[in-house]
Design a protein around this ligand. Structure first.
Ligand code: SF4
Length: 479
């Protein structure tokens, strides 16, 4: 499609942008001229040629466009239609995605060059996502500790999340890598280092190649030129200290015991700040002005990937004071809504989305803070969903600690027993408590969450299974 557009173009500029986060629209073609942009989701190649030809003739094509938006001709963020999935939320961190050329550093204003990251640290920014060593915690603590620890500090971008429910990091790296690199440069400067590493899955060759192109393109503009390192495409390799082991090339990928934290003993023993692309892009936004910080829920945002039983997943950005229910407007649900799993594979099951996406409120509701809202329809069984995730935990854990290794197996067995007529609520809850408190890493600590929240919300469904009935009719082969 891109080559068709380029071969048709003579005087018209054809740019390859990155994803917007709305996969229903991919590939999205924008025709833009003098502050007016027409949106053409998933066009045929012949249509793309027609669009370019019309523009060559001096006309902005709008016939058949999903939306036409008038805007400031100089804008550096995607102009947003007034309805449809792109209209959901605020698109601040996501702003450049789908609009700027991801490989052109001149399209970005690099804030790391003229701003001090201490102000960001002081502004209460918290880390985003399970692959972040400061997940839901102020980044300032880790930054200061790394700066005060003896040794040669290093910055790590942990972008190896094998849970493909979470698509925000990938969207940012593909759609606005310069934003992430800008945030990395700011943190590196704060630490007084020029060393940075970006950790991606070894299977993600396309992202790796694009990332290397972006790093090469920005090399003359930014003081830090990260190297790209790969790790196995496995869930546990996303845990921040396991990611450090993966980058070091360890044979067995296991989360480390803490303390010491990565800030004190990180990559090859060096003081290390390790964040997700989401956090680094947020650092850039915070450098640009106060609205990127987390002090005030009304002025900050959270990235959410909306997935599950939907026609196409979407990554959106909503205000921290918005309700999660907004996420439903960004996708087309297949079937009737039954429940959501909020927080990734080990998120919590809930019937209501009347809750804000802040870490404090999600945690208080027993839900996860991964930035994933999985919408599940009425063909889903809560018991089966909880069981699948317990089994995944028993297979995906590293085996390093007893609560993680044995606890996940016991949890799976206790759920199997429900299908055989025995539902031991007390034992499941006690096991969940022990795993949450004493697992070495968040995989074991969060593994019981789908089961515990399913019991809270769908207790009668567990009882029905002990009687040989699945209310949603999906477990008949197991009963
Ligand atoms: S909880 Fe324990 S066994 Fe599970 S992944 Fe973490 S360290 Fe490994």
């Amino acid at each position: 499609m891109l080559s068709a557009a380029r071969s048709t173009a003579d005087s018209v500029t054809v740019l390859r942008t990155g994803p917007t986060g709305i996969s229903e629209y991919d590939p999205l073609v924008l025709a833009t001229d003098a502050g007016r942009t027409a949106f053409f989701p998933t066009p045929e190649t012949s249509r793309v040629r027609d669009l370019v030809t019309a523009m060559e003739d001096g006309e902005l094509p709008t016939d058949g466009a999903a939306a036409v938006v008038d805007h400031d001709a100089e804008r550096t963020t995607l102009p947003v239609p007034t309805d449809g999935p792109l209209a959901v939320g605020k698109r601040r961190v996501l702003g450049p995605c789908g609009w700027l050329d991801p490989l052109d550093p001149t399209a970005y204003q690099f804030h790391s060059l003229d701003r001090d990251a201490s102000a960001v640290a002081d502004a209460g920014l918290v880390g985003r996502g399970r692959c972040d060593a400061a997940a839901d915690e102020p980044v300032a603590d880790a930054w200061r500790r790394a700066r005060e620890t003896d040794g040669d500090p290093v910055v790590v971008v942990n972008a190896n999340d094998a849970d493909d429910r979470q698509r925000a990091d990938r969207t940012l790296l593909a759609g606005s890598p310069m934003s992430v690199l800008d945030g990395v440069a700011a943190v590196a400067e704060y630490l007084g280092t020029a060393d940075a590493v970006i950790h991606v899955a070894e299977t993600d060759t396309e992202l790796r190649a694009r990332l290397r192109e972006a790093i090469d393109a920005a090399a003359d503009e930014l003081p830090v030129v990260p190297v790209v390192a790969t790790g196995p495409d496995e869930y546990r390799a996303g845990e921040p200290t396991a990611a450090l082991e993966a980058i070091e090339g360890a044979d067995r990928i296991e989360p480390r015991l803490q303390p010491p934290t990565p800030a004190e003993y990180g990559l090859y023993g060096r003081p290390t700040v390790i964040h997700t692309p989401r956090t680094f892009a947020r650092v850039r936004l915070a450098l640009a002005g106060p609205e990127g910080t987390d002090r005030d829920a009304a002025s900050t945002t959270r990235l959410l990937t909306v997935t599950g039983d939907v026609a196409a997943p979407a990554t959106i950005e909503v205000g921290s004071d918005a309700r999660l229910s907004k996420a439903r407007n960004a996708v087309e649900l297949e079937g009737s809504f039954k429940m959501a799993c909020v927080g990734g594979v080990f998120g919590g099951l809930t019937r209501t989305l009347d809750i804000t996406p802040t870490a404090a409120e999600l945690t208080a509701a027993g839900l996860g803070t991964e930035g994933v809202v999985e919408l599940l329809n009425d063909e889903r069984c809560a018991v089966a969903t909880a069981g699948e995730r317990a089994r995944f935990a028993s297979e995906a854990n590293s085996g390093r600690c007893v609560p993680g290794r044995e606890g996940t197996v016991q949890l799976t067995e206790l759920l199997r027993a429900v299908y055989q007529g025995s539902f031991d609520r007390g034992k499941i809850r006690e096991l969940g408590r022990v795993m949450s408190r004493s697992s070495n890493c968040l995989l074991g600590a969060h593994a019981p969450r789908p089961v515990l929240t399913a019991m809270d919300e769908f207790e009668s469904s567990f009882e029905a299974h002990t009687d040989g009935r699945c209310p949603s009719g999906t477990c008949s082969d197991k009963l």
